[in-house]
Design a protein around this ligand. Structure first.
Ligand code: B12
Length: 453
């Protein structure tokens, strides 16, 4: 059967991101014998006309739309992406009779609301390697599957797909500052109150076979000339240490393509950093998330601010660039903890810090319950239009003022977090890859940590 997959994501902040989920779905469907074409709406220049042309050229019997982002989770500069998906669905309907199925991380967070908002026929919640194949078979048999499909369970670790990286789409992303995405595991065991990762990926860590992951990296380097890899795992340094097995395999194969990842503060030893560096690590994004012990506790974190300091130090002292990301205004946050957090961040050595104000409330998270209990939202309130939690201990204006004042004289502290990105858009268009925050602190970067593709 002919299937057209469309990546609807057009977000360019902090940089355009290769549509990895669509690539994995494409691979699963092709292996099942379907003829699959991939269309990237950002690469097309957000052109509905080009989409209509692709539909006319392929005449698909099924159209799948990948929805990665609902919004940009930035209260101070809100961007919403679902209206654009509705336009994409409308364009598909005008061109072909094929049923439209939705999927993707953004979709899976609030499937029913998005199905209604964009008027699609079906949606598949969660990881789709197996479920999309069963769904396509059912469409091919002329059946009418359920509107919203939830897989019975998670795919096993060997079943986590490798993406069919499309050469033209990859070229576009590499030329526009993206890194090539590779996923090495799924699952999150932590209980951060605001986070959807356990809902999307399950609560048990499922590492992919290290051979498969290393093969992906080799393929990206040799076939796509990828000069920088991003491990898209929600946390790279899992507590079980599976990431060390992958690093050993990369070392055995002498893989040294520059790479970066998300790190959770807490369990990193100098020997781990050295192994990471030997395999190409250049920079890490530390998921610090809150800046005082009070705020960390309120966010459900199992580490303290001293662990953030130690993790930052172990990378920096070994020549790896770091960025830290913080949210202010979460549950339990007080005026005192905000001011303490600002002092803590300013004192954090040799790093770049990005600050967000307010915490996006997403369905199914503990934060949704907290917000209902505190009267911030109503039971059953729709959350598609972005809704943020700000601690009742202060008002929004006070928090914005405190953060603006607190960080205004600090070159490496960015509030709002996207302040830095307008400056880097130009560099991304020139083909410089990744989160260019490393450029900010050249004296901290003895090694070159970014590269023109
Ligand atoms: C890694 C990551 C990043 C990295 C990406 C690096 C890179 N080079 O790829 C960085 C740090 C850059 C980033 C940035 C942002 N991110 Co982010 N990111 C993630 C994360 C952790 C993993 C995404 C990923 O690649 N997963 C691996 C792929 C394979 O999985 P997948 O896409 O979900 O695909 C599977 C299924 O969804 C499904 N599927 C996918 N497509 C389709 C299509 C069809 C038809 C079907 C049936 C199924 C299907 O099948 C796939 C295989 O099983 C997710 C959270 C998560 N755990 O998913 C957030 C997440 C996607 N990000 C999110 C957001 C908001 C952002 C930002 C807007 C934040 C910001 N303000 O900067 C930006 C946007 C960037 C951009 N240009 O789009 C949100 C989106 C939800 C929302 N609120 O809108 C998520 C879900 C996190 C969250 N808050 O809950 N992100």
């Amino acid at each position: 059967m002919k299937i057209l997959l469309v990546s609807a994501n057009t977000a360019e902040t902090p940089y355009p991101v290769y549509p990895l989920g669509m690539g994995i779905v494409a691979d699963a469907l092709e292996r099942a014998g379907h003829e699959v074409a991939q269309f990237d709406f950002l690469q097309s220049g957000r052109s509905f006309e080009k989409l209509s042309q692709a539909l006319a050229a392929q005449s698909p019997a099924l159209v799948g739309i990948s929805i990665r982002n609902i919004d940009n989770v930035n209260l101070l500069n809100e961007q919403h992406y679902i209206d654009q998906v509705r336009q994409i669905v409308k364009t598909v309907r005008a061109a072909v009779k094929a049923p439209v199925v939705l999927g993707g991380a953004g979709f899976s967070i609030m499937p029913e609301a998005i199905l209604d908002a964009v008027d699609a026929d079906h949606g598949i919640v969660g990881e789709a390697e197996a479920s999309v194949v069963a769904f396509a078979a059912s469409i091919e048999r002329g059946e009418r599957p359920a509107r919203c499909i939830r897989a019975d369970g998670l795919v096993d670790q060997a079943g986590i797909g490798s993406a069919r990286y499309d050469a033209d789409i990859m070229k576009f992303y590499l030329q526009h500052g993206s890194m090539a995405g590779v996923q090495s595991k799924r699952g999150c065991v932590h209980r951060c109150v605001y986070c959807t990762y356990p809902l999307l990926e399950g609560r048990v860590v499922r590492p992919r076979p290290v051979k498969d992951v290393a093969d992906d990296i080799e393929r990206l380097a040799s076939e796509h000339q990828a000069g920088y890899v991003f491990f898209t795992d929600s946390i790279f340094n899992d507590d079980g240490g599976h990431y060390l097995d992958l690093l050993r395999e990369m070392k055995r194969r002498k893989l040294t393509v520059p790479w970066t990842c998300f790190i959770k503060p807490g369990n990193i030893m100098p020997e781990h950093v050295l192994l990471m560096k030997e395999t190409g690590l250049k920079a890490v994004e530390i998921g610090s998330d809150a800046a005082s012990d009070t705020a960390l506790k309120g966010m459900g974190k199992d580490f303290l601010f001293k662990d953030i300091v130690a993790t930052n130090d172990v990378f920096v002292s070994n020549g790896v660039a770091t960025a830290n990301f913080f949210m202010f205004g979460g549950p339990g946050e007080t005026k005192e903890s905000v001011l303490e957090g600002i002092r803590n961040i300013v004192a954090l050595q040799k790093t770049v810090s990005f600050m967000f104000m307010g915490v996006r409330i997403l369905p199914g998270t503990p934060l949704e319950k907290i917000a209902i209990n505190e009267g911030v939202i109503r039971q059953g309130q729709e959350l598609l239009s972005s809704t943020y939690y700000i601690s009742p201990a202060f008002d929004r204006a006070w928090l914005e003022q405190a953060l603006t004042e607190g960080f205004k004289d600090h070159r490496c502290c960015f509030f709002p977090a996207d302040k830095f990105e307008s400056a880097t858009k130009f560099l991304h268009q020139m083909g410089y890859a990744g989160s260019l925050w490393q450029l900010l602190s050249p004296e901290r970067m003895r090694t070159r940590t970014y590269g023109k593709q």
